[in-house]
Design a protein around this ligand. Structure first.
Ligand code: ADP
Length: 743
């Protein structure tokens, strides 16, 4: 580059510039037009302008969107490392007098002497050593986009008006190139953003976002993509009504949200037509619908239908607060974005539906699992009850065939469960045909009536290989379920023992009343006869009557003693009062007393000469002997001898059937009572010491008795640590033995 020097020492334009202005402009246009990259265009313009004008430095400043600030865009003529720092220096227009003047006037500003000119930034002038500065507005068709600075630092430069005009032409040429590059830059950025939006909606589709997140994302992306103020998405419900509108972006949407009736108008039209709708002026569009609304807060709108499988599922709209034109490309773009979004929404709906189904299924599965485990627990409990119940439990099907049979039922019936299952309950629990309702009858009745038996069935059964049992059964009806049933469930209790106790009780009461009444009648008879003064009884008869009264009183006393002792045993109140007693003396006393009660028997005692001292309860041992002697008399109707004995014995005495182990050297005092009476059948011997047991032979039944005497004897003897047994021959007599241990 050649600079021509003026005579006054100032520099002037290169000759080429003067010579051909259009060539200069072409060169600028070529340089700027060789690329569409904004920063390259800016750099080239700065470089080319400096070179063509001969300026030492050329810089370009661009106005920001607010038009309040200048952004450093390109610089030529300084160290590149410094240029990078310079590019960060944003200037407020009010602080930059030269640019402010150039922008406001639209005219070039010339500074001949930078050092003294009040408009220059002195720090910059000092730093760069600027001499003269020319600032030209970068303007295209009256639109200013920034300023162009040309600085001369080696010497001052005087621009001729022609030069300034050329430079103005360069600036405007550059402004066109810069605006082109800016537009290109903008459209590329928009393209990239649109691509990103489509990609994000695609990602949302793949990610399976939930419905509300998908809707929000769609609206946000559409609003961003078309640089709109707000966006709204309204979906149509199954029944054709419109759902709530999803607005975005969140921070501004609430301010602009439209009254639903206005929006519905718009959405309705888009859905009806299935075509995009561009409304340049919403106020005009809503005329007649704006009742109560002062003015629509939004001015322009594009709404596109959301098509899905041949249906319109809603509308996606973008709105501008200020009037704005939408190009057909933008509308198309929004429409295809809407199609993409409809798929994403459908996807989210399907996903949500699927998720709901999965949740419902898993909740149902959890409920089933819980139910199952509760049933298992219940079944286990029932099983434990079924297996361990002491009552027999069985279940019979509609044909009264047994389908379940518990261990207690096995014991009661004598059938194993394996044998019983499948058999009819009439076989397993045969009734003894006593006319009462059998278990089988009850089963049938329950199955036929379809209702549980309200009363307990009391009947008798004949178990296999057993004796008659009294049972009480209750029945439940089990209705059919799952192709099974109905069933009758029976709980059968063996009440034989209670029945026996009941029988014994009533026998006992009648027996005791009879036993009391007999001696009392005797006493009464004798006493009345004795008191009858008209009868003059001789002494012998009087004595006989009095003895009769005495005997009957003895019987009463014995009976009452036995009853009292028996009840003391039962209630656990029986206590021995031990003392050293001569057993021989007791025997003597009992023999003496008993003699008065009989004429036909010969009572005598074989006693040792020495006293036989033993620590016993005197009264109780006497009670034993009185009972045994009374029995000997009672059960020897033909009279005969009754002999009482007393001796010592050593070693184990127990008869074989008494499973006792006594020390080998144990000493015993053994009392015996022998009679020559009716004797005891051998099969009865093991029962005679049982409570209320009485022999069943006519000879026994003829004499009064309670079946308590021997039971009391046994209890008293065992309370002393001794034992009692009998040896007997039928028709020949019996010997009762009472062995009491010596301490
Ligand atoms: P009770 O004499 O009131 O019937 P016990 O308990 O005294 O009741 O006797 C039970 C049964 O033993 C009697 O019913 C009888 O059959 C039999 N028994 C008791 N003592 C004798 C005896 N000395 N000789 C024959 N049988 C006897």
């Amino acid at each position: 580059m050649t600079l021509s020097a003026n005579l006054d020492g100032t520099a002037s334009f290169p000759v080429r510039l003067r010579a051909d202005e259009s060539a200069v402009l072409l060169e600028i246009a070529q340089a700027a037009g060789s690329t569409l990259e904004l920063h390259e265009v800016l750099d080239r313009v700065a470089e080319k302008t400096a070179m063509l004008t001969g300026a030492d430095r050329c810089s370009l400043w661009l106005l920001d969107s607010s038009h309040d600030r200048l952004l450093p865009a390109a610089i030529y003529g300084i160290d590149p490392s410094f240029a990078a720092r310079w590019k960060r220096k944003i200037l407020a227009i009010k602080d930059e007098c030269l640019s402010q003047e150039a922008i406001t006037t639209g005219q070039p500003v010339v500074v001949h002497d930078a050092a003294t000119d009040p408009r220059t930034d002195k720090r910059a002038v000092d730093l760069f050593g600027d001499k003269s500065i020319l600032v030209v507005p970068l303007a295209n068709k009256g639109r200013v986009i920034g300023t162009l600075f040309l600085n001369h630092i080696s010497r001052p430069y005087w621009y001729s008006p022609q030069e300034i005009a050329v430079i103005q032409a360069i600036a405007s040429q550059s402004a066109v190139a810069i605006e082109n590059a800016q537009l290109y830059d903008e459209s590329r950025r928009q393209r990239l953003e649109i691509l990103a939006s489509f990609r994000r909606i695609g990602d949302a589709l793949a990610a399976g976002l939930d419905l509300s997140d998908t809707l929000r994302l769609v609206v946000e992306l559409a609003t961003e993509m078309l640089r709109a103020t707000v966006g709204g998405l309204t979906l149509r419900r199954e029944d054709g009504t419109l759902g709530d509108t999803q607005w975005a972006p969140a921070d501004t949407a609430s301010h602009y949200a439209l009254p639903p009736h206005l929006l519905d108008e718009l959405v309705g039209e888009v859905i009806r037509n299935g075509e995009p709708l561009y409304v340049a002026d919403l106020c005009e569009y809503w005329q007649g619908h704006l009742h109560g609304v002062q003015s629509a807060p939004l001015r322009t709108c594009v709404g596109v239908p959301l098509h899905l499988r041949g249906q319109v599922i809603g509308m996606l709209g973008v709105f501008h607060a200020l009037p704005k034109r939408f190009s057909p490309v933008e509308i198309d773009l929004l429409a295809s974005f809407g199609t993409q979004a409809a798929i994403a929404i459908d996807n989210a709906r399907l996903f949500a539906g699927l998720q709901r189904q999965v949740e419902e299924l898993s909740a149902a599965a959890a409920r089933n699992a819980e139910l199952y485990s509760r049933l298992q627990l219940e079944k286990q409990r029932l099983d434990v009850i079924f297996q361990n119940s002491t009552d027999a439990i069985y279940m019979a099907d509609r044909n009264a065939r047994i389908v379940a049979f518990n261990p207690a039922a096995e014991i009661l019936s004598g059938w194993t469960a394996a044998e019983a299952i499948g058999a009819c309950d009439s076989e397993v629990f045969p009734s003894d045909q006593d006319g009462s309702t059998s278990l089988h009858d009850a089963t049938r009745a329950v199955l036929e009536s379809g209702a549980s038996y309200s009363t307990v069935v009391e009947t008798t059964i004949l178990p296999r290989g057993g004796t008659l049992r009294h049972v009480a059964a209750s029945y439940a009806y089990v209705p059919a379920s799952n192709d099974e049933g109905p069933f009758a469930l029976a709980v059968v209790r063996d009440v034989s023992q209670q029945k026996e106790v009941e029988r014994l009780k009533s026998d006992f009461i009648s027996m005791v009343s009879h036993e009391l009444r007999t001696p009392l009648a005797v006493i009464k008879g004798y006493a009345a006869t004795l008191l009858n003064s008209s009868l003059h009884l001789d002494a012998e008869r009087q004595t006989r009557f009095i003895r009769g009264i005495n005997d009957a009183s003895d019987r009463l006393t014995r009976l009452i003693d036995n009853l009292l002792t028996g009840s003391r045993f039962e209630s656990g109140r029986f206590k021995l009062s031990l003392q050293n007693v001569d057993l021989a003396e007791i025997v003597r006393k009992v023999v003496a007393n008993s003699r008065t009660g009989t004429n036909g028997h010969l009572l005598h005692a074989n006693l040792p000469s020495e006293p036989m001292m033993l620590r016993v309860d005197r009264d109780q041992i006497e009670h034993v002997l009185v009972n045994l002697v009374a029995n000997a008399i009672k059960y020897s109707p033909e009279g005969g001898e009754i002999t009482l004995g007393l001796r010592y014995e050593c070693g184990p005495l127990a008869p074989a059937d008494l499973s006792r182990e006594d020390p080998a050297n144990q000493r015993w005092a053994v009392l015996t009572v022998r009679d020559q009476g009716i004797g005891i059948p051998s099969h009865q011997i093991r029962f005679i010491f049982d409570k209320f047991y009485r022999g069943d032979s006519p000879a026994v039944r003829r004499v009064p008795g309670t079946g308590l005497g021997l039971y009391i004897c046994k209890s008293i003897v065992e309370a002393h640590g001794g034992y009692i047994w009998v040896e007997s021959q039928l028709g020949r007599g019996s010997t009762f033995y009472v062995a009491l241990p010596e301490e």
